[in-house]
Design a protein around this ligand. Structure first.
Ligand code: ATP
Ligand code: MG
Length: 393
């Protein structure tokens, strides 16, 4: 029944020249995303609207699902294309559309006509009234409500006649590529994939870095992170995942520093390494899944001490979220089931029984002096030997 979708988008403040950039980025992201769907599509921009039209066979469900991963899309309207063969035929087709789309007719509706082709013999008001009358006549259970209709039936007279009434929600946000690039610290947990999703939603391209500590963390733990990167990249597009071997640094910290400070010192080095790779890769910010108070290393004091090593802005989109709110997003974007697989994480293996929750920056710096002999070389080595995994998106 449907061969076409009208794509609704809106972002306040996207005006003038930016509007074209926004629309062009949206069109190219829609095209890229539809490549993973069976079928061929033409995606066109026409007088401030974007249309997706199937060329030949296509899978409706799969297409809608793919469009729901494109940031910038606010709504997806399945459109029926009608031939322009006179009023009677139009009325018949519109009645058939209403019948098929709304098996339960105890609802109110309104017909809204837009006449882009001004040579059409009937004017918008007149055509709307006539079609509304015919629908009511065919299905008396419907009622008309011009102010708050449950169904807004749009009829647009263009080269063809377009009819639509349903709006399937899209993810919103801004099209990818309209807002630079950032580096996500991606672990195997619930939080960081959600954090990456949220920043990508603002149009930011996302690469990722994962700290791996073999043999303390297994290949299965690493594969889980690769799986998560893939799931995030369904939304965020192609992603370069850097896998850093962190074992030697962790062991060195373990040997040289007080154990209750391990986590915080380790996190400072993670941020440093991530920033180094980010700089080389053209990312301008870091992203983490931290949320105030969630664990000892996420108290305000700990966050301040961790943050102190960074010169780039660090985006922490989950900072004010409760765990359940984060879980809700992870369920929506389908990362939850993968995240809860129980594999070890490098942050948990060397963790002290009673980590400091209110670290003092000067104390931490003094402890880090114990690392002076080897740490610079080890950091360089970690960056230089990082494994690159390219995720398709
Ligand atoms: P997550 O659910 O994202 O793992 P978490 O609640 O377990 O978060 P932490 O383990 O304290 O919290 O990690 C805080 C943040 O640090 C993570 O959200 C992630 O951005 C980053 N991080 C932690 N461990 C790693 C790792 N092994 N590799 C890359 N980043 C990590
Ligand atoms: Mg974690």
């Amino acid at each position: 029944m449907y061969r076409m979708f009208l794509i609704k988008y809106a972002e306040i403040g996207v005006k003038g020249k930016n509007r074209y950039l926004f629309e062009d980025a949206l069109v190219s992201q829609i095209k890229r995303t539809l490549k993973r769907v069976e079928g061929r599509f033409s995606v066109t921009k026409e007088s401030g609207r974007i249309y997706v039209q199937a060329v030949g066979e296509f899978d409706y469900e799969e297409t809608v699902e793919a469009l729901q991963t494109v940031f910038g899309v606010v709504g997806i309207c399945p459109v029926v294309l009608l031939a322009d063969e006179g009023y009677d035929r139009l009325s018949e087709d519109v009645i058939a559309y209403m019948d098929r789309t709304y098996p339960d007719k105890h609802r109110s509706f309104k017909v809204q006509v837009r006449r882009a082709r001004k040579t059409y013999p009937l004017d918008s008001m007149e055509l709307g009234r006539m079609l509304g009358g015919d629908i009511l006549h065919a299905f008396p259970d419907f009622s008309v409500d011009v102010h708050h209709p449950q169904i807004l039936l749009r009829v647009e007279i263009r080269e063809h006649i377009y009819v639509y009434s349903e709006i399937i929600p899209g993810p919103g946000g801004m099209p990818l590529g309209t807002n630079g690039k950032a580096m996500l610290l991606l672990s195997g947990g619930i939080d960081s994939p959600v954090a990456g999703y949220m920043i990508a939603k603002r149009g930011v391209m996302v690469d990722a870095v994962y700290f791996h500590a073999p043999p303390y963390t297994s290949d299965r733990a690493k594969n889980k992170v690769v799986d998560l990167a893939r799931l995030v990249s369904r939304y965020s597009g192609p992603m370069r995942l850097h896998v850093v071997n962190f074992t030697d640094i962790q062991l060195y910290i373990y040997d040289q520093c007080p154990h209750d400070e391990l986590t915080i010192i380790m996190r400072r080095y993670m941020m440093k390494i991530a920033e180094e790779i980010a700089g080389k890769e053209g990312s301008m910010a870091l992203i983490t899944g931290e949320s105030i108070g969630q664990v000892a290393s996420q108290t305000v004091q700990s966050l301040a001490v961790t943050n102190e090593v960074c010169t780039m802005p660090v985006f922490r989109p989950l900072i004010g979220f409760d765990k359940q709110e984060i879980v809700d997003v992870s369920l929506k974007i389908n990362t939850y089931e993968t995240s809860i697989q129980p594999f070890e994480d490098c942050c948990t293996i060397f963790v002290a029984r009673h980590p400091v929750t209110k670290p003092n920056l000067n104390v931490i710096r003094r402890s880090e002096e114990n690392l002076a002999e080897k740490i610079d070389g080890m950091l360089k080595e970690a960056v230089d030997t990082a494994e690159l995994i390219e995720i398709d998106g």
